[in-house]
Design a protein around this ligand. Structure first.
Ligand code: 2HA
Ligand code: ZN
Length: 271
């Protein structure tokens, strides 16, 4: 059996949480990540029949039975993941009943997965129906994205359009746009269901006045989606109070999207 601390997926979780912390996106226990792993790869490091303990999830994740995820722990700080992965991360397998998580590694101090597990697993289920290669769901509180929530209408079309206008790359990076939910109580099955519904259509979902969810095939891709939104939101917040002298026109976005062959939300432009 290989040493789990050398597993690429574990090292990547450490590097990603450290990056997110240093960018100021994940203060204190803010943010959470779940990453769907390959069972055969995990079996090189862990005995999949050795369950440390079981933890009820409180919702039905039948489509994910047998699947293994590495998930950040509840109450844990992204700041500390890199130096102490075994307390701050856990590897869970969804049990045959679909409602229990079997702990295979981690949460060593008796902890458990993020309180946002409903939003994570429900989003995985939703994304896998539209993209069988989806592996990652990531939640964060990026500063400028959050700031923008207070001064910009929380309307999917208008929010996406503003972000697309802020950097030329935006329409290429997230041509599917950004879904937006109003402020809702977090940590519940209800916000999980609402997030998953949006995830059928979007890889990015803003939680009004709370933060953002991203989904993707890899940690890098998902991080990059949120990073690009955050960059655009930063430009917006640096300029929103100033007279707008120049802007990227909708026709220019069309030219770029068509040049690169991306399938963008045409209904989010004003043509
Ligand atoms: O886990 O970010 O949404 C802490 C949070 C809750
Ligand atoms: Zn949060």
């Amino acid at each position: 059996m290989k040493d789990i601390l050398t597993a690429p997926f574990l090292k990547e979780m450490c590097a990603t949480t450290a990056n997110m912390y240093r960018l100021g996106w994940d203060e204190r226990n803010g943010g959470n990540i779940s990453y769907l792993l390959d069972n055969e790869e995990v079996a090189q490091y862990l005995d999949l029949d050795h369950v440390i303990r079981t933890i009820p999830t409180g919702f039905d994740a039948t489509p994910l039975i047998g699947k293994i995820f590495i998930v950040t722990g509840t109450g844990k700080y992204f700041k500390n993941v890199q130096s102490d992965p075994e307390n701050n991360l856990g590897i869970i397998q969804i049990a045959k009943d679909g409602t229990t998580a079997e702990l295979l590694w981690g949460y060593a101090d008796g902890g458990r997965f993020t309180s946002e597990l409903p939003a994570h697993l429900m989003s995985h289920m939703a994304r896998l129906t539209v993209d069988p290669d989806n592996r990652v769901v990531m939640h964060s509180h990026p500063t400028y994205t959050l700031a923008m929530n207070y001064v910009h209408e929380l309307d999917e079309k208008k929010f996406t359009h503003t972000l697309w206008e802020m950097c030329t790359e935006c329409i290429v990076v997230f041509p599917d746009g950004v879904g937006v939910l109003p402020w809702m109580l977090c940590g519940t099955n209800e916000i999980g269901e609402a997030t998953a519904e949006k995830m059928k259509e979007f890889r990015l979902v803003v939680w009004g006045m709370h933060g953002i969810y991203g989904a993707g095939k890899t940690l890098d891709e998902t991080f990059g989606l949120i990073e690009t939104v955050e960059k655009a939101a930063q430009i917006y917040m640096l300029t929103a109070h100033l007279p707008r002298v120049n802007t990227i026109k909708d026709e220019e976005m069309v030219t770029l999207a068509e040049f690169l062959g991306v399938d963008y939300r045409k209904d989010f432009l004003n043509l």
